[in-house]
Design a protein around this ligand. Sequence first.
Ligand code: TXA
Ligand code: MG
Length: 318
Amino acid sequence: MSEIGKDIIKAKQLLEKGNLVAIPTETVYGLAGNALNPTAVVKIFTVKNRPQFDPLIVHVSNLDQAKNFVESIPEKATKLAELFWPGPLTLLLKKKPIIPDLVTAGMDTVGIRCPDHALTQSLLQSLPFPLAAPSANPFGYVSPTQPSHVNDQLGNLIDYILDGGACKVGIESTIVGFENEEAIVFRLGGLSIEAIEREIGDVTIQLNSSSNPKAPGQLKSHYAPQKKMVIGNLPNLIKKYYAAKVGILAFSRNMDGIEPEHQIILSKSQNMEEAAQRLFSALRELDKKEIEIILAEWVPEIGLGKAINDRLNRAAAH
Ligand code: TXA
Ligand code: MG
């Protein structure tokens, strides 16, 4: 079990020694280490059991700090950073040599993000280096949105979990890269496509897959619970799996004929922000219940709904 607390000085001291600390962000908890220290970065890959072809996001406290680590910033990237940082947006920018190749898996771009969480902001401002941090879960599993989620799986492997409560966005950052100054979205996430397009016009969306070298982490199966998961029309699925012990992940209302304790509703009021915020805890909770299969339904493709459906799709792609 790892120590869980709100002690920023302790977190800072551990990070300065090259150790790892789980940090809260508005999206999900991150497994953080000194991004400029290759030994710390190797520890991140080891603890997560993450393949080294999958690059890490580097967390900074603001746009000015980001400029120390990138060669140049396209105009649209500057606009997005000015509008949405701190927030659930990662920008892929041409890296300076000071960022170790290990962090970017040898690519010439680095993912940079400025997280919107008071504790982690204070921590970043107190450190003389940025923090490399993937989501604090074993590779392929559901991302953690509470300290206890981190402790459940990585508690024995890290020294300290900085407790910032439950993450308020609940799904990972939206990842945006640039080609010839044009924006390409490589991962749907906590900042909606609508919000981005309102500011910089149409963007290209290029998700998937293991064969896409620009986003090697966008594997078909990811964010996945251990239990089998099937997505579709819930009443039909309930009929089809009548002989199994099922758990339900519903968007806004309970299903008839299934015990209420085996059902989780994402948002009774059909609020996409609330649904996103609850998604990963719901998957973890269902994974722990005495059921055999998780039956889920798609949510409307509005705002964060697209990112929620992306996560559901990968969670079910065993
Ligand atoms: O919200 C988030 O982004 C969270 C919190 C902790 O900040 N972090 C997170 O990290 O989700 P991770 O490692 O679980 O996912 C990062 C994704 C991976 O799919 C990786 O392939 C992609 O970002 N990525 C990172 N750097 C990249 C780069 N230079 N080019 C393309 N994809 C990159
Ligand atoms: Mg992850």
